[in-house]
Design a binder for this molecule. Structure first.
Ligand SMILES: Cc1cc2nc3c(=O)[nH]c(=O)nc-3n(C[C@H](O)[C@H](O)[C@H](O)COP(=O)(O)O)c2cc1C
Length: 260
């Protein structure tokens, strides 16, 4: 049996993990965000760790998951990171953190996908979104071949690892409080989906509106999946920007995934 642990805010990493599972066969997908309250002892012929780059390094949820992860020595471990194209040394940083937990990474891969960070740019929509998703899927054949053949691949980003370590730590100093910038407009009907999907349990619904409790990991899951596009961020920088979801991950699929 193969196992893939996944963290995904808007479906890119989930779609890549599903693509890997189809290619590897006999594969279980596990949601990292659902494993944070326990020690996780991973095993499997291959163990994949699939997640996006956040702030040139690891998402806060992935760091927390790694803190309690151990992997059976017989498993062949690989990393698959995706980003908007600027990972810097994130894969190498992940491998270093895992080495500190006695987990040896045999291969590391990076795939460029659509960007989902609206404060900096408008996430793609329409044909561009579709083309980027297809390009990501296309990258998986070679990656799966390496994993199936247990072919070691040097983890990318070794020379930029220190930079990633510094920038990632800096970025997360104030992330928890960064949720003060989220607010809802009149489209909010208090449905509570944002609270259900938030991987950090940061959101509660009070008086029919979400309230952010300053435990934010800055992932923008609430912003992107709000069915009414009623969640806004920072009156100027994200106004009018697209909500992004990977085209093959439906809202129903993502919701089931968050519960799994
Ligand atoms: C908080 C945050 C920070 C990000 N930082 C980076 C980054 O440093 N470099 C980059 O290339 N992409 C960055 N991205 C873009 C994501 O890595 C990219 O869109 C990824 O494919 C999203 O995967 P997901 O849908 O599985 O969450 C960031 C996205 C978010 C939400």
């Amino acid at each position: 049996m193969n196992r893939i642990y996944v963290y995904s805010s808007t479906g890119n990493s989930l779609a890549l993990a599903e693509g890997m599972a189809r290619r590897l066969g006999d594969c279980e997908l596990v949601n990292m965000a659902r494993c944070l309250e326990r020690d996780e002892e991973a095993s499997g012929e291959t163990v994949g760790l699939v997640f996006p780059v956040h702030a040139f390094g690891l998402p806060a949820v992935v760091r927390r998951f790694f803190d309690r992860l151990s992997v059976d020595g017989g498993s062949w471990v690989y990393l698959l990171l995706d980003s908007a194209g600027m990972p810097l040394g994130a894969p190498a940083l992940a491998a270093k953190i895992l080495a500190g937990r006695s987990v040896a990474v045999r291969a590391g891969f990076h795939v460029a996908m659509a960007g989902n960070y609206p404060p900096l740019y408008n996430p793609p929509s329409g044909e561009k979104r579709q083309a980027l998703a297809e390009r990501g899927e296309g990258a998986l054949d070679a990656i799966a071949e390496s994993v199936i053949g247990r072919r070691g691949v040097a983890v990318p980003g070794r020379h930029l690892r220190f930079l990633s370590e510094f920038l990632n730590a800096k970025a997360f100093e104030k992330t928890a409080e960064g949720d003060r910038r989220f607010f809802v407009d009149d489209g909010c009907d208090g449905c509570g989906l944002c609270a259900e999907l938030c991987p950090a349990g940061d959101i509660v619904i009070e008086a029919g509106r979400p309230r952010w409790r300053h435990r934010c990991t800055g992932c923008f899951t609430c912003f992107h999946w709000c069915p009414h596009e009623a969640i806004q961020y920072n009156r100027s920088s994200s106004a009018g920007r697209n909500r992004y979801r990977h085209p093959s991950i439906s809202p129903e699929r993502y919701r089931r995934w968050c519960r799994s």
